[in-house]
Structures are given as structure tokens and as C-alpha cells.
Design a protein around this ligand. Structure first.
Ligand SMILES: Cc1cc2nc3c(=O)[nH]c(=O)nc-3n(C[C@H](O)[C@H](O)[C@H](O)COP(=O)(O)O)c2cc1C
Length: 196
């Protein structure tokens, strides 16, 4: 493996899902893309996003104390790129890109009709880390396409393909790969036996 101290270029964690973060304040709705997003707790359910304070979306999140995380299917990859390449201060992305909303039940944050999954979140933490803020929201409601998930909530990749981002405006069309279950204890046993 090559070792480098050029740590400014740390893109080796990709691919990451490029999610669409939405917020609304004073009647103004906006959407942006975030690949730096992650669950942070299951009880209570908490979800985090690394967001630059320069984003218009960030100002709406602060004003409203709410945001939503939307997961879009591969067919909407252009929309993911578009909301991540335009500024809500300058344009109404909902109008310009024909974004339709689904009803949200716990917050005023927009839930996108074209999402296969979405979380309504109440802002519970907002901390500065370098040039980004890390915001954490408590998930108050989940929206999901029933058809796209098993009863246990496992995604069905035949029905829906997430938008995976690998940096530098590049995305992965995962096309037809299947989800493979790898039980932790079985994997441990398998590797231990192999290295006996
Ligand atoms: C694929 C992709 C991923 C992005 N990930 C992030 C991210 O994790 N955090 C962030 O602050 N900006 C991220 N951005 C940049 C914002 O989406 C972009 O600056 C957007 O124009 C902000 O919109 P706004 O100013 O209307 O809020 C990403 C953009 C793209 C295209």
C-alpha cells in the first residue's frame, strides 16, 4: 500500500450515499446534496450531517430547528447533482427542478416525493469541526417505499438503487449487484477456521 502525508486528499472512504438534505423556514424551502452524512445513534435515533456553514440550507436548518434527509433512487441522480450544484440563495430549486413534495408529519422540512426513504429530524446538536459544522437531528418520523424494502427493512436493490458518490462529480451506478447477508459471528468463525 502506498503511504502519503498528503492528507488533504482523503477520498479513500468513498463511495458514500449522496443524500438530499432539505429544510424550510419562513415559507422558504431548499434542498442540497450531502455525501458526508451518517446515522449516529439508534436509541434515540439520531442522524448526522457534516454541513458547511456557507450553505443556504444550513441557515434554514438553524432558523427552523429542523431538517430532513432524503434518499433518492439512481433515476434521480441528475437531481442529486443539480441540488448539490446550485445555491438556494439564488434560485428556488423546488420550482427550477420540478421537485415535488410529500406530506411531512412531524416537521415542516420538505420530504421529496421521489425519495425511496426519508427522515424527518429535529435539530439537537450543531458543532463546528474545521470548515464544516456537524449537525445532529433526532429522527421523529421515517418515510419509505414499502415496495423497496423487506419486512425487516433491508433494501431491495432490484427495486431501488441508491445514488453512490465517489468524489469529483463521479457517481456509481450499482446496476444489478445483490445485497449479500454476512452474519458477524459466522464471519468470525469462518475467518478463525481459515487461519487455524
Ligand atoms: C455529490 C455532492 C455531495 C456533497 N456533499 C456535501 C456535504 O456533505 N456537505 C456540504 O456541506 N456540502 C456538500 N455538497 C455541496 C452542497 O450540496 C452545495 O454547496 C449546494 O450548492 C448547497 O446548496 P445551498 O447553498 O442551496 O444550501 C455536496 C455536493 C455534491 C454535488
Amino acid at each position: 500500500m502506498k503511504i502519503s502525508e498528503e492528507v488533504q486528499r482523503f477520498g479513500y472512504h468513498y463511495p458514500q450515499i449522496a443524500a438530499v438534505i432539505t429544510a424550510r423556514a419562513n415559507g422558504r424551502a431548499n434542498a442540497m446534496t450531502a455525501a458526508w452524512q451518517t446515522p449516529v445513534s439508534s436509541r434515540p435515533p439520531l442522524y448526522g450531517v457534516a454541513i458547511s456553514p456557507k450553505r443556504f440550507t444550513y441557515s434554514l436548518i438553524l432558523k427552523s430547528g429542523e431538517f430532513a434527509v432524503n434518499f433518492l433512487p439512481w433515476e434521480k441522480a441528475e437531481l442529486v447533482a443539480a441540488v448539490g450544484g446550485s445555491k438556494g440563495e439564488k434560485i428556488d430549486k423546488f420550482k427550477s427542478f420540478g421537485i415535488e413534495e410529500e406530506e411531512s408529519i412531524k416537521t415542516g422540512a420538505p420530504i421529496l416525493k421521489c425519495a425511496y426513504g426519508a427522515y424527518e429530524c429535529r435539530l439537537v446538536s450543531d458543532q463546528a469541526y474545521g470548515d464544516h459544522r456537524f449537525i445532529i437531528g433526532e429522527v421523529l418520523a421515517v418515510h419509505y417505499l414499502e415496495d423497496a424494502f423487506s419486512d425487516e427493512g433491508i433494501i431491495n436493490l432490484d427495486k431501488v438503487r441508491p445514488v453512490l458518490y465517489v468524489g469529483l462529480d463521479s457517481y456509481v451506478d450499482i446496476n444489478t449487484p445483490k445485497v449479500v447477508a454476512i452474519e458477524r459471528l459466522k464471519a468470525i468463525r469462518y475467518l478463525e477456521e481459515e487461519h487455524d
